[in-house]
Design a protein around this ligand. Structure first.
Ligand SMILES: O=C(O)CCC(=O)C(=O)O
Ligand SMILES: [Fe+2]
Length: 316
């Protein structure tokens, strides 16, 4: 008695073939998105446009990549903080990741792939590109729905033109403990929207934006976890909160996940549109360039001045 049933993230069906703006189906899914974002700040999206074969092989491709010797992986450096290979960090020892910029363009993936396999690896590149292409379709539907919810859909084209896509492959080593260990500490993402997909090893938790309760995500092969980032929170002038999330792991199996991060292009100033600013809703954040803020947050975190919300530290 009195026991509390843990909440489950709502699962919203994006698989209907006729899911097009202006249709009844679209409006009904949009209402579910609105409710889920108000209550949890997050939801699972059921989506079948990425062939199951690609969804399965993305994890074996990821395994092939992370199994390469460390000397090869660490050659994949980038001038952009957090891009390229990340691993062996003392604060997150189980975590490794590799980012692919604009991975829906095959030539980009192939060029980056050659830093790992000098002769190229076309099968790997095609899996990454095909996954990225499909998941971007889901991202764009979700973004359009969110803009419609706040009646600012006239900015959709501007959003599309000013955004780029980062595909991040992630591996967490199994900690070989029965007690959960931190894979990635609680944080918000700085981007606009993140869409996560994982292998069968669970561990992702999200914090409900209305109650603060931590909810374990138990997605299926057909579901993707949708998370709101701080840039969208700022652009919407606080109408949606950025979702806190973390990864806790136990057991010995590695957890593989893949995240699509939509990020504003360098030089694009994130500024809430006038429709969302009034006396009752004064502008919460000074306009900012995502890339600048991102690198400030990165350097601050290296100097130990990391604040959980980069925006609160720099843009108020
Ligand atoms: O591995 C996951 O599911 C979460 C990854 C994540 O939160 C991140 O890379 O920002
Ligand atoms: Fe994250």
């Amino acid at each position: 008695m009195g026991s509390h049933t843990p909440s489950k993230l709502p699962a919203i069906d994006f698989t209907k073939p006729e899911l097009k703006p202006g249709t009844d189906q679209w409006d009904s899914v949009k209402v579910q998105v609105q409710q889920a974002l108000q209550e949890f700040g997050c939801f699972q999206a059921l989506f079948d446009k990425i062939p199951l074969e690609i969804r399965e092989t993305i994890f074996s491709a990821s395994e092939e990549l992370f199994d390469l010797p460390l000397e090869i992986k660490s050659q994949n450096v980038s001038k952009t903080p957090y891009h390229g290979y990340i691993g062996q960090h003392p604060k997150i020892p189980l975590f490794e990741s590799i980012n692919f910029d604009d991975a829906h363009v095959l030539e980009n993936v192939e060029a980056q792939t050659r830093t790992f396999w000098p002769q190229g690896n076309i099968i790997f590149s095609e899996i990454i590109q095909s996954y990225a292409k499909g998941i971007i379709e889901l991202d764009q539907m979700i973004k359009r729905m969110i803009l419609e919810i706040f009646q600012v859909e006239k900015y959709m084209d501007e959003h599309m033109k000013s955004s780029e896509y980062l595909l991040k492959l992630i591996r967490y080593e199994g900690p070989r403990t029965s007690e959960a260990q931190v894979g990635l500490g609680a944080h918000t993402d700085l981007d606009l929207v993140t869409i996560l997909y994982q292998n069968e090893v669970n561990g992702l938790g999200v914090q409900s934006s209305s109650t603060g309760e931590w909810i374990d995500c138990i997605p299926s092969k057909d579901s993707f976890i949708v998370i709101i980032g701080e840039s969208l929170h700022a652009w919407l002038n606080g109408r949606l909160k950025a979702t806190y999330h973390r990864v806790m792991l136990s057991g010995d199996k590695p957890r593989y996940s893949v995240g699509l991060f939509t990020v504003p292009k360098a030089g694009y100033m994130i500024k809430a549109p006038e429709e969302l600013v009034d006396e009752a809703h004064p502008m919460l954040y000074k306009p900012f360039d995502y890339t600048e803020l991102y690198s400030m947050r990165f350097h601050a975190s290296n100097e130990g001045r990391y604040t959980e919300s980069g925006l609160k530290g720099y843009c108020v």
